[in-house]
Design a protein around this ligand. Structure first.
Ligand SMILES: [Zn+2]
Length: 258
């Protein structure tokens, strides 16, 4: 049974960690360290504590810098809200401290991969590597590890890996297979396969909608969208995994085969 007070604490912790993920997503691989005080990316003004309250600062400032009135990306509050929600969801599923901590790290790493993939259409190897280790840790926590849980990862990643192989990484990025190995380990075979199907269907649906409306909304400049454009696939894989993990969606739960 979970405690409502601890659930509120989990939301607060998630929002703070989401704020850290935002900073990391803007500084990762840019040569800027994580040290130094936060400042406005436009006017360079150092931000005060009141400008840095997760979610609320952005709302109270109507999404603009207090000093130069430049618009602040909606990514900031969005990632903070998502991280807060994930933290509460993880707490409800795993109220014990160790399982909560490992599972929260898993979901924050997935959130970071999604944000990074949407900005750069690439998944950094350091992130997929971290997720591989974390998902193996979740299998170890459910001791003794089942054989099925171990082969679910490579088996579910195989179709993505083959797509990358025949297209030399054009249809499917190599990082997506690495990401899918972790999701397979995290979810197991039948739930993991459900998540993969949800990812493929939702990805296809969004791809068709983008072709109809011909522009990629989060890439400014309104570039025309064609079959040649790359859609980041990690957000769809993460969406499928999210439905399966938190809402126990499973198309194959009645099949004893899986
Ligand atoms: Zn500013």
């Amino acid at each position: 049974m979970y405690d409502p007070f601890l659930a509120i604490c989990a939301a607060g912790l998630g929002a703070i960690l989401g704020s850290f993920l935002n900073a990391l997503s803007f500084r990762f691989n840019t040569g800027q360290g994580m040290g130094g005080r936060s400042h406005c990316m436009r006017c360079g003004h150092t931000l005060a504590a009141i400008d840095l309250v997760p979610i609320f600062s952005w709302l109270f400032l109507f999404g603009r810098c207090r000093y130069c009135k430049t618009r602040i990306s909606a990514q900031y509050p969005l990632v903070e809200v998502l991280a807060a929600g994930l933290s509460v969801g993880v707490y409800v599923l795993h109220p014990t401290p160790l399982a909560y901590a490992v599972s929260l790290l898993v979901w924050l790493t997935i959130l970071f991969i999604v944000v990074y993939d949407m900005r750069h259409t690439v998944i950094p190897w350091s992130c997929s590597g971290t997720l591989v280790l974390l998902s193996l840790a979740t299998i170890a926590l459910a001791w003794p590890p089942s054989f099925a849980a171990l082969y679910a990862g490579p088996l579910l990643a195989l179709p993505l890996f083959l797509l990358s192989l025949v297209s030399m990484g054009r249809w499917m990025g190599w990082g997506d297979s690495a990401f899918e190995i972790s999701l397979g380990w995290l979810l197991g075979l039948s739930a993991g396969f459900t998540a993969l199907l949800v990812a493929v269907w939702s990805g296809a649906l969004v791809g068709i909608l983008l072709m109809l409306f011909s522009s990629i909304p989060w890439k400014s400049g309104g570039k025309r969208f064609t079959m040649k454009n790359e859609i980041p696939f990690a957000p769809f894989l993460a969406f499928g995994a999210f439905l399966v993990y938190f809402f126990h969606v499973n198309f194959f739960s009645s099949l004893s085969l899986f």
